[in-house]
Design a protein around this ligand. Structure first.
Ligand code: GTP
Ligand code: MG
Length: 174
């Protein structure tokens, strides 16, 4: 019998772009989300030879209490932030650190999203704002600058790179 795949968790504050990124990764085409996620959003992505199961949990207040519960069962954590929402970066940082505290080994992939916006912080500033140097020495951690631009266009190469990396990490963790 095949073992059930563990899920790749996609978390981050409401409006960060989790659904948009996830659907774009699935289609290899840019696809903006139409509405906030009310609860859970499960997406399956096939890559050469493997199938990955992603689980987004909505980022607005009522759904955040579920984040912790799923983290212990997750294979990887993808944390998405809105790089242009400077005011909420401290809140994003707080939640990220609370989350990873409960799981010292889960690999972390951070998407510094909305890099297309003029106000977006560069990834080096996001690294600093989220205190990513403090995520733990034994943890694999990666940071990508991402952007979800015009619907239907090809996904940027950084997103393709992130997808390839996630597939490798997931295969290593199974
Ligand atoms: N300019 C720009 N807008 C983006 C980008 N990514 C997402 N958006 C927009 O940001 C808004 C929120 O995107 P979602 O993907 O719904 O965000 P989410 O993180 O899934 O939000 P919740 O499901 O509520 O937790 C939508 O209007 C998207 O079209 C991006 O890279 N650049
Ligand atoms: Mg969503």
């Amino acid at each position: 019998m095949m073992e059930k795949n563990k899920q790749i968790l996609v978390l981050g504050l409401d409006g960060a772009g989790k659904t948009s990124v996830l659907h774009s990764l699935a289609l290899n085409r840019v696809q903006h989300s139409e509405a906030p996620t009310q609860g859970f959003n499960a997406v399956c992505i096939n890559t050469e030879g493997s199938q990955m199961e992603f689980l987004e949990i909505g980022g607005s207040e009522p759904f955040r209490s579920y984040w912790d519960m799923y983290l212990s069962k997750g294979l990887l954590l993808i944390f998405v932030v809105d790089s242009a929402d400077h005011g909420r970066l401290p809140e994003a940082k707080k939640h990220l650190h609370q989350l990873i505290e409960t799981n010292p080994i889960i690999p972390l992939v951070v998407f510094a999203n909305k890099q297309d916006l003029g106000a977006a912080y560069h990834i080096t500033d996001i690294h600093e704002a989220l205190a990513l140097s403090e995520v733990g020495n034994d943890r694999k951690m990666f940071l990508f600058g991402t952007q979800v631009t015009e619907n239907g266009s090809e996904i940027p190469s950084a997103m393709q790179d992130a997808k390839d990396l996630i597939a490798h990490l997931a295969a290593d963790m199974q």
